[in-house]
Design a protein. Structure first.
Length: 363
């Protein structure tokens, strides 16, 4: 049997581990694997693909990015049609089906985030056997407790905070680090607490700059003259507005950015302390994956092949309670996993003095 795999959307540490897991598991069953380049675009005529076997995947687990390439734009960007349902045009899907038929591919593994999995679901509903593998460093897909790439992203945040701590302390400055997290603040939360941040601002917890400034003043009063602030790109200003780098209109989600600079400016205005901002940006998505992301990626890839073997199409690989299982793609997409403001980790953060900007420290 011959199966296909593609990854779509942003790159992510651990993607190559998924490919390694798929190829290894398929080879054990005597199957062939076709890897489509540049996401769904590789499905369009004449087809852009490469044959994958264990000789092609030796040593790729340690590599960041993906050997197949990826894209989050092109012909498969869903358009909003009747009933406000976002779908890829049917004629595009039919072109992809013809390529799959020509290559005698019996199942397609789609590795991607919410948007990519929604496209995969549409392909499945139009008769293409699809298995989904969740991919997002934001860790914001409700149907899985963890996604590969998240741990690597948190390590990037911790490394940055370790470095920023020394310069903040030397100059008695406040340093604001902006990290990824459009709707969910998992990277800011886990990276911030692990890296010893004093203030963490999340999309899920509306913050007030006066509370942040007060926390910094109290640290100064206790002889702690430097402060590290971590802010997720999707954290909202007092007005509730999101800061955007670019308004892309109907082409997709607006590109966020600038909240770090805004917070730094307001802190300096309110406290008089010298404040600097740093944006981590794509450094969070690049580089070698951690051991945790490598093993999770391999397990996800192997599980996807097992689902094909069992004929369980229209399903997505899911990590729950330390086990890798599966859920319906339809149930998985568009259900975000957000930080619960009343969760144990938030309470733990408050108990060690972390300010989340929603109330005075200690209140």
């Amino acid at each position: 049997m011959r199966i296909g795999i593609l990854n779509s959307g942003g790159d992510c540490p651990g993607l190559n581990a998924v490919i390694h897991g798929v190829v290894g598991a398929a080879h054990t069953l005597g199957w062939e694997v076709v890897g489509f380049r540049d996401g769904f675009e590789g499905l369009l005529p004449p087809g852009d693909y490469m044959m994958l076997d264990p000789s092609k995947t030796v040593g790729i687990m340690k590599l960041g990015g993906t050997i197949l390439g990826t894209t989050n734009k092109g012909h498969f960007v869903a358009k909003v049609g009747e009933g406000n349902v976002a779908e890829v045009p049917a004629e595009i899907v039919e072109k992809a089906r013809k390529i799959l038929d020509q290559l005698e591919i019996r199942a397609l593994i789609v590795v991607g985030g919410d948007g990519s999995l929604t496209t995969g679901l549409q392909l499945y509903k139009m008769g293409i056997p699809v298995i989904g593998v969740p991919k997002t460093i934001d860790n914001d897909i409700q149907a899985t407790a963890m996604t590969f790439g998240f741990d690597s992203a948190c390590h990037s945040v911790v490394d940055a905070l370790d470095r920023l701590h020394t310069t903040a302390e030397s100059h008695k400055r406040v340093i604001v680090l902006e990290v990824m997290g459009r709707h969910a603040g998992w990277i800011a939360l886990y990276g911030g607490i692990s890296g010893g941040a004093d203030v963490i601002l999340l999309p899920e917890i509306p913050f007030h700059m006066e509370h942040v400034a007060d926390a910094i003043r109290k640290r100064d009063a206790r002889g702690l003259h430097s402060t590290l602030v971590v802010v997720a790109e999707g954290a909202r200003m007092e007005s509730g507005e999101l800061l955007k780098k670019e308004d892309v209109g109907g082409k997709g989600e607006d590109r966020l950015g600038g909240i770090g600079e805004h917070v730094a400016k307001r802190i300096q205005e309110l406290t008089g302390k010298e404040t600097r901002a740093c944006t981590l940006g794509h450094l969070q998505r690049g580089g070698a994956p951690t051991a945790l992301d490598r093993i999770l990626g391999v397990r996800f890839g192997a599980k996807a092949v097992h689902l094909i073997e069992e004929g369980k199409f229209g399903r997505m690989v899911s990590y729950q309670h330390y086990n890798v299982g599966d859920v319906s793609i339809e149930e998985a997409v568009n259900q975000l996993r957000l930080v619960d403001p009343g969760s144990e980790i938030i309470r733990a953060g408050r108990s060690i003095g972390v300010c989340f900007g929603d109330r005075a420290v200690g209140a």
